[in-house]
Design a protein around this ligand. Sequence first.
Ligand SMILES: Cc1ncc(COP(=O)(O)O)c(C=O)c1O
Length: 394
Amino acid sequence: MFEQLQAAPPDKILALIGKFKDDPRSDKIDLGPGIYKDQNGETPVMEAVREAEQRLFQSQTSKAYVGSYGDEGFNSAICSLIFGGALDTSRVRAIQTPGGTGALRLLADTLKMANPSAKIWLSDPTWPNHVPIAKAAGLEVASYPYFDPATSGLRFDAMMETLKTCGPNDIVMLHGCCHNPTGANPSFDQWKEIAALANARGFLPFVDFAYHGFGDGLEEDAAAVRLLLEQVPEMVLASSCSKNFGIYRERTGAAVIIGPNAERADVVLSQMASVARGNYSMPPDHGAAVVRIILEDPTLRNTWENELDTVRNRMLSLRVALADTLRSKTGTDTFDFVAHHRGMFSRMPVTDEQIDRLQSEFGIYMVGGGRFNVAGLRDSVIEPFADALVAVRG
Ligand SMILES: Cc1ncc(COP(=O)(O)O)c(C=O)c1O
């Protein structure tokens, strides 16, 4: 059975983690994997999560199956978090999934079922896992221009030119906030243009919403998806609680669909449940129960929002400190983009060779393409990181 199978290529991020671990230098700096780290380099359990887990432990009376839709209280709480209270959500349906990745795959499978000849457009670059997820679902994959390494900003005009060629057979993947890997995001006015184009051309926006609250705030980060809900007839969204609740390993997310009306939305939801049933059957309960407890309790929710503020403000202040330091060291505004970008990542304008030198000569680990995890920085490493960057760029 297995004779013809070749070994899968090694996972680059896992290889980087291993290399970092084995590096004996005490001043090494890990800017690779996409997990939040605090000032001590730790990824702690949030207080609100710990408290919710204790309540769950005290109150849970059964571990019986929950069903393919998952925790319905979680599904409605997560929709309120994303869309806010003021919008009409009668066309919105959600199903709990194993993480944001599970939501992406469930939506991709459902879209393939809905339209077998659909093509999905991914930003260039995008989160690398988008490609295998879309391909595994059998969708044809294409890419649209997004990031300009020369300016570290968006190629918005080129992006729109490409999206103008899309039509009702096309699905366009958009990062709802905090673009991974670039940190460069459309302005609100640009989102309005994207929404108008989706309406004019009839393509389906597929929003990956993995960093809600990591950019400018819970309300601010949701502005684009709320605009889309108001403007477009149909859309899908993959939500992840991994980062904003810090519950990465609990595999908590939701696949959200917005139909042209409530009846169609119900039909799609029923198909999503059936796809889930034929795959993992039902999502893990724990993380979603924890999120539900937090979001439904005003005191716990307040604790969580304050903790999320701390996380976000730490990344924002590191961004400003790094941009200021690089400005003073280079006497240029080349790196000002670091302060303007949002989310956990930005891309440094460095070549593969320079990335290798950062690793071998300075013990600084970042992934290919120059993506670095802002949260991997600490006040004390801003200066050495800036010095190393200036040194390798010559
Ligand atoms: C852009 C993007 N989408 C989705 C995900 C998936 O997150 P999860 O761990 O919830 O599956 C990630 C995680 O890194 C991500 O960066």
